[in-house]
Design a protein around this ligand. Structure first.
Ligand code: NAP
Length: 454
């Protein structure tokens, strides 16, 4: 029997487990999907925006895999020096596949980035997604204007959530505290700012269009800013997706403002150079504006500065400039790309393949692509693993890994524990007159898991 540990229960981890149990090369396979959180689904639970119910419903497909009798979910298990050392994990399984994603955010590297009121978009997303490690709140408190830096899909998500009203957020599974805070939000001006041109923005057209359909909100685009992009008037050479984005922006640029309650301004060719404090210097100083330098295309897909600056007022700044992978216990790391070096998913250590160690998802290829991109990515890794299986299964394994995990002092949250969390979230929602409402902290998640039915 081939016994595999998959570390991480987000889409890449679950697609890896699915690939392993759905193949016919190795007749008997058992897969443990470990996660440091007591809840499965990774960014589908803690990244996909709460108002994107359709994408969230992908959880049903992932659930079917985790409920397969050959697959076991073991939550609340941290791999590393402060949990189960990676070397021990390797002893317990024939193969380990790391599907841990990109756990942190990229930095701007400009002065003022650490001012109060300046957050990474990931911190904001974690808060409204009820991630149990999220300790921050007060994002929108006292803010009237927000600047979102970056023009990817995460930037669109956080912009949309800032602009949504209570009536639209209440039916979602957003935690109650975030819902209450957003309901009281006085943010009416949101600027989403790209350092390059509209034809180079990273958001997808479906997500972009959604901004134009928000109640009581209008999207404002300055046609003069679009004209700075040489491909704006010559979009024929653009990939179809970018061309569609340009068409949507063109439509908005031609629409006169109608005086809606909230405004989303889409800005381009502005690169952030400094976050400016409001009031006196000192500890706890808050952000008051973002200083941008006007850029122009450099003819090679990049931009150069012009020495002209513009300050945009903001009491809330969300830096949405991409995720970044972090080094893992006992694994090689490519610091430039934030990924683990690999060959078709096999970890490469000092130029040679490390047998039995694999990667899939963002830690393998970097933080790009949509959820579905993880399917072929996981498939490639599974194919490599299965090619190695004949050699891997020759190693005798000590015992059922679950026994070893418990002996190491860990108390994994098994599937019944997760189902108990789901029940508690349904009960919480019912008590609040809402649908399912997520539990936002470790204490309540673990307490709910302990009520698991045997
Ligand atoms: P992203 O797509 O890589 O976008 C990052 C944005 O930050 C780009 O506009 C980039 O501009 C900008 N940026 C990077 N460094 C910057 C700097 N120093 N100053 C100013 N701007 C800077 O990343 P993401 O939005 O975090 O999304 C990550 C992945 O998740 C993407 O593949 C995305 O499609 C996916 N996702 C999908 C959905 C969905 O399907 N609904 C939702 C959320 C996320 P440049 O292009 O100039 O570098």
């Amino acid at each position: 029997m081939l016994r595999v540990a998959v570390v991480g229960s987000g889409p890449s981890g679950v697609y890896t487990a699915q690939g392993l149990v759905q193949q016919s090369q190795v007749p008997e396979v058992r897969v443990d999907v470990l996660d440091r959180l007591p809840c499965p689904y990774g960014l589908v639970r803690y990244g996909v925006a709460p108002d994107h119910e359709k994408i969230k419903s992908l959880q049903n497909n992932l659930r079917a895999v985790l409920e397969d009798e050959r697959v076991r979910f073991l939550g609340g298990v941290r791999i590393g020096p402060d949990g189960l050392p990676a070397a021990r994990l390797r002893e317990l399984y024939h193969a380990v596949v790391y599907c841990v994603g990109a756990a942190t955010d990229r930095h701007l590297g400009v002065p003022g980035e650490e001012l109060a009121g300046s957050w990474s978009a990931t911190e904001f997303v974690s808060w409204y997604s009820a991630h149990p490690d999220s300790v921050a709140d007060g994002f929108v408190l006292g803010a009237r204007s927000a600047v979102v830096i970056g023009v990817g899909n995460v930037a669109v998500d956080v912009t949309r959530i800032l602009a949504r009203g209570t009536a639209e957020l209440s039916p979602t599974d957003m935690p109650q505290a975030a819902l209450t805070a957003l309901a009281a939000s006085e943010v009416t001006e949101i600027s989403m700012v790209g350092r390059r041109g509209p034809s180079q923005a990273r958001f997808t057209t479906k997500e972009l269009r959604e901004l134009g359909a928000l109640p009581d909100t209008e999207v404002i685009v300055d046609p003069r800013e679009l004209e700075l992009d040489p491909q704006y008037n010559e979009p024929s050479g653009l990939p179809a997706a970018n061309r569609r984005n340009v068409e949507v922006l063109r439509g908005w640029a031609a629409t006169p403002p109608r005086g809606a309650a909230r405004r989303i301004r889409l800005r381009f060719f502005l690169r952030p150079v400094e976050l400016l404090g409001d009031g006196e210097e000192g500890e706890g100083r808050r952000v008051g504006a973002v200083r941008f330098e006007r850029t122009v295309p450099d003819g090679h897909g990049g931009v150069t500065g012009t020495g002209q600056y513009e300050d945009i007022d903001a009491q809330l700044v969300l830096r949405s400039v991409g995720y970044r992978g972090v080094p893992l216990d006992g694994l090689p790391f490519d610091a430039e790309h934030g990924t683990v070096p690999h060959l078709a998913g096999r970890v490469v250590r000092d130029g040679t393949i490390a047998p039995g160690e694999y990667v899939a998802g963002w830690i393998k290829r970097g933080p790009t692509g949509v959820i579905g991109t993880n399917r072929p990515c996981a498939k490639e890794t599974v194919t490599s693993l299965l090619e190695d299986a004949g050699m891997l299964v020759r190693r005798e394994l000590p015992e059922d890994p679950l026994v070893a995990l418990r002996a190491a002092g860990l108390t994994p949250v098994e599937w019944a524990g997760w189902q108990a969390i789901e029940r508690a979230e349904a009960e919480l929602g019912a008590s609040l007159g809402r649908g399912v409402v997520k539990l936002p902290d470790w204490t309540s998640l673990l307490a709910a898991a302990r009520t698991a039915r045997p």
